[in-house]
Design a protein around this ligand. Structure first.
Ligand code: 13P
Ligand code: SF4
Length: 303
């Protein structure tokens, strides 16, 4: 099938089945163009919670589809690329989290949404990269266990120094490999540029940046800023929206390694197959779902 025909079929199937396509900002441009909503993890969760569609096609990685299912249990949630996972989310499981909690008994557990349903179920409250600081400030307790991202944990601890934040040792393999000296190098090439980075980058990158935020926050910041040149320290998928919003501004990727292979597993044909064959359906065990929902709802009440 030619691409143009496939797009028509996707539109037809969406209407016929009352489906909605939610795509993360890292998805390929062809998918961003046919999606009903493109956004960061928080925007995708909010939309999944409020949609009246019967089917949610979540074009992203596993934890995003699982989150949609936790929030909307009566809808069919489909992940078009069945093996699109998040290596950082896989760095912690319930056993490891229980051991971590055992070491720090009196702490509140804050879990980054990049985690499995089981890990969310073992946590007190969730957060995303866009609301992590706000969520942690809202917690009364002074001692926080933050899982699984040590870099986001470190970033938040700098913003909320009054709390003791103990981070798990996980990290994003895509963001963590960027180095501070790459910021120095690219700044010397583009001295007028603003450097916008995701908090999953390591502390030596984050401390050299002009703006730190989630994927959608980076996109909004660049659109509003009077600057003309930007260095982008997050996955390359965001370049599509950045350039579309501001055709006369220039965007350069901070590092050539900023590609998440899992986010690139979904192609247009996978969206078509997902809708046509209603695959791959995400399920979450009900008792796990209810506990994970509690942690997600607490986050959504504050966001
Ligand atoms: P955002 O919530 O900023 O979209 O981040 C999700 C993610 O996986 C970043 O690597
Ligand atoms: Fe996970 Fe990193 Fe890919 Fe985001 S970019 S989905 S944190 S591996």
């Amino acid at each position: 099938m030619r691409e143009i025909e496939m797009i028509k079929e996707i539109q037809r199937l969406k209407k016929e089945k009352n489906a909605i396509i939610l795509a993360h900002n890292y998805q390929i441009p062809e998918i961003q163009e046919i999606a009903d909503l493109v956004g960061d993890s928080l925007k995708l969760s909010k939309k999944a919670a409020e949609t009246d569609a019967d089917i949610i096609v979540l074009s992203g990685v596993n934890f995003m589809a699982e989150t949609a299912k936790i929030l909307s249990p009566n809808k069919k949630v489909l992940l078009p690329a069945h093996d699109a996972g998040c290596p950082m989310a896989d760095m912690i499981d319930t056993e490891k989290l229980k051991d971590f909690k055992e070491e720090h008994k009196d702490a509140v557990v804050v879990c980054y949404v990049n985690s499995s349903a089981e890990v969310k179920a073992e946590s007190d409250i969730c957060c995303t990269s866009s609301n992590a600081v706000k969520i942690i400030k809202s917690i009364e307790a002074d001692k926080i266990l933050f899982v699984p991202d040590k870099n986001l944990g470190h970033y938040v601890s700098k913003q909320v120094p009054e709390k003791e934040i103990i981070s798990y040792k996980g990290f994003c393999i895509t963001h963590h490999r960027v180095q501070g000296r790459e910021v120095d190098h690219i700044r010397s090439e583009y001295p007028d540029a603003e450097v916008l980075v995701h908090p999953e980058c390591s502390p030596d990158v984050v401390e050299k940046a002009d703006f730190i935020g989630s994927t959608s926050q980076i996109i909004s910041y660049a659109k509003e800023s009077p600057s003309k040149v930007f260095i982008i320290g997050t996955e390359m998928g965001v370049l599509h929206k950045l350039q579309k919003d501001s055709p006369y501004k220039r965007f350069y990727l901070l590092s050539t390694g900023l590609i998440c292979n899992n986010m690139k597993k979904t192609r247009l044909v996978d969206i078509y197959n997902a809708l046509a064959e209603e695959k791959y359906e995400i399920t979450v065990n009900e008792s796990t779902r209810l506990k994970a929902l509690n942690a997600l709802n607490k986050m959504l009440e504050i966001s």
